[in-house]
Ligand binder design. Structure first.
Ligand code: S3P
Length: 432
C-alpha cells in the first residue's frame, strides 16, 4: 500500500495513543500463567500483540474480546500450558518470540517459534545463549543465531548472568525462565531498559527485586495472581505526535493518558534537551505503571548529543528524533545506538537513506546518525522498508515537507498503530 501525505497547514487536537505495545504483550503472556481470569482494558489490538495472543491460544490459553480493545484472559496456572500442535508464528514481533522463548524453555513439551522474513533475520543468540546457561534445550538456525527456534522443555537452574547488551526483551525472557528455575537468578544490565516485566510480575506476586542495574528473581512457589489493568497509551506512538507538534510552526497537541514509566521517557528527556515545548500534567498510576497527559506546542529546537544511558530509554523513538533534528538549529549526533541496526529493519541505514530523499542533511555513523539542520524538507517518494516505526516517521516527515510525499509499503503501520492514518488526518485538519 502506498500512502500520499500532504503538507499539514496546522496541527491541532487531542489524541489518545493506542495502548502500549510492550505492556500489552506482557499483560497477555503473564496472565496466561496466572491462577484465574483478568481483564485488560485498552489492549493494543495491533498485529504484533495479536501474534502473541494467537501463540497463547495455540498453547491452550483462552482469551476473548469484551469489546474493541478490552480483553479477558483465563490463566491456566504456571504448569498447565499445552504442547502446541503447530509452529508458533510470531510474525513481525521480536517481543513475542523472545519472551515466549523464555516462557517455553522450562515447559515439559516441545515447541517451535518462527516468524516473518524480518523476524527470521534478527539476532536470537542473545536469548539462546543465556537460556542454555540456565539449562534450556534450545536450538536455532544458522549456528543457533536465527529463528526458527526449537525448544524441548527442560528443568532449569538459577544463574548469575551479566547481559552484554541492554535489551528488555532478553531480560524479560530470562526473568520468565528464572521463575521456573531451581534457585535464585541474578541478572545484571549494562544500562537500564524498560521494566514493565518487573513491575507487572511483581504486582502479580512474583519475587523480583531490582536495584542498581541488578535484577534478582526467585522461583515461583505458587501461581501468579491474575492482574486486571488499563494499559497506558504507548509513549512510542505518542512520540510521533510530540515530534510533529514540536517541529510544525503552527501546532498545539494534547496527548491523554500516556505511559510515562521513567525507563521509557528518554524521548521526553531528548526533546527537553532540544528545548521542545512539552509539558506533562496529571501524573497518576494505572496499576503498576505511571501515566500523564502531555501537551506539545511549536518549538524552536536546538541540536543535541544523544548517547549512553539515554539511548535504551528512547530506542524506538530515535528515528523520530532524527527527523526532529532536521528542524533544529545546530547539529545532532546520535551514538551508542548500534542496536538500531537489528530492529524490524536497519533503522540507521533506512532513516538516513529515506530522509535524504526528502532533502535532509543526515549521514550514517556505525552506531548512530549525524544530522545537520536542513530547514524545510520537500516531498518525494520514500519507502518504509516494511518497518512500522519508519512508515510512521516518514509519514510525519511528509506532513512537515512542502508538496506531496508518497510512502511506499505504508500498510505496516498496522503492526503497532492501526489508527495512525486516521489520527494523522485528524490533527492535520482533514478528518476522514
Ligand atoms: C521491547 C524492547 C525493545 C524495543 C521493542 C520492545 C520490549 O527491544 O525496541 O520495540 O517490549 O521489551 P530490545 O529488547 O531488543 O531492545
Amino acid at each position: 500500500m502506498q500512502q500520499l501525505i500532504r503538507s499539514a497547514r496546522t496541527v491541532r487536537g487531542a489524541i489518545v495513543a493506542p495502548g502500549d505495545k510492550s505492556i500489552s504483550h506482557r499483560a497477555a503472556i503473564f496472565n496466561a500463567i496466572a491462577d484465574g481470569e483478568a481483564t485488560v482494558q485498552d489492549f493494543q489490538r495491533a498485529a504484533d500483540c495479536i501474534a502473541t495472543l494467537r501463540c497463547l491460544r495455540a498453547l491452550g490459553v483462552d482469551w476473548r474480546w469484551q469489546d474493541e480493545t478490552t480483553l479477558t484472559i483465563r490463566g491456566r496456572g504456571r504448569h498447565a500450558l499445552r504442547e502446541p500442535d503447530r509452529v508458533l508464528d510470531c510474525r513481525n514481533s521480536g517481543t513475542t518470540i523472545r519472551l515466549l522463548a523464555g516462557l517455553l524453555a522450562p515447559q515439559p513439551f516441545f515447541s517451535v517459534l518462527s516468524g516473518d522474513r524480518s523476524l527470521l533475520s534478527r539476532p536470537m543468540a542473545r536469548v539462546v545463549r543465556p537460556l542454555r546457561l540456565l539449562g534450556a534445550d534450545i536450538s536455532a538456525r544458522e549456528g543457533d543465531t536465527r529463528a526458527p527456534l526449537a525448544i524441548r522443555g527442560a528443568p532449569l537452574r538459577g544463574v548469575r548472568y551479566r547481559m552484554p547488551i541492554a535489551s528488555a526483551q532478553v531480560k524479560s525472557a530470562l526473568i520468565l525462565a528464572a521463575l521456573y528455575a531451581s534457585g535464585e537468578t541474578v541478572l545484571e544490565e549494562p544500562a537500564p531498559t524498560r521494566d514493565h516485566t518487573e513491575r507487572m510480575l511483581g504486582a502479580m506476586g512474583a519475587e523480583i527485586h531490582s536495584e542498581g542495574g541488578t535484577v534478582r528473581v526467585a522461583p515461583l512457589v505458587r501461581d501468579p495472581a491474575p492482574i486486571s489493568l488499563r494499559v497506558p497509551g504507548d509513549i512510542s506512538a505518542a512520540a510521533a505526535w510530540l515530534v510533529l507538534g514540536a517541529c510544525h510552526p503552527d501546532a498545539e497537541l494534547r496527548l491523554v493518558g500516556v505511559g510515562v514509566n521513567p525507563t521509557r521517557t528518554g524521548v521526553l528527556d531528548v526533546l527537553r534537551l532540544m528545548e521542545a515545548d512539552v509539558t506533562l500534567e496529571e501524573e497518576r498510576m494505572w496499576g503498576p505503571e505511571p501515566v500523564a497527559d502531555l501537551t506539545v506546542r511549536s518549538s524552536r529546537l536546538r541540536g543535541a548529543v544523544i548517547e549512553g544511558e539515554l539511548v535504551p530509554r528512547a530506542i524506538d523513538e530515535l528515528p523520530l528524533i532524527a527527523l526532529a533534528a532536521c528542524f533544529a538549529t545546530g547539529e545532532t549526533v546520535i551514538r551508542d545506538a548500534a542496536e538500531l541496526r537489528v530492529k524490524e529493519s536497519d533503522r540507521i541505514r533506512v532513516t538516513a537513506r529515506e530522509l535524504r530523499r526528502l532533502g535532509a542533511d543526515i549521514r550514517e555513523l556505525p552506531d548512530g546518525l549525524h544530522i545537520r539542520p536542513s530547514g524545510r524538507l520537500r516531498g518525494a517518494a520514500v519507502s518504509s522498508h516494511g518497518d512500522h516505526r519508519l512508515a510512521i516517521m516518514l509519514a510525519l516527515a511528509g506532513a512537515l515537507s512542502d508538496g506531496e510525499t508518497a510512502v511506499r509499503n505504508a500498510g505496516v503501520v498496522a503492526v503497532s498503530y492501526p489508527r495512525f492514518w486516521h489520527d494523522l488526518d485528524l490533527v492535520s485538519g482533514r478528518p476522514r
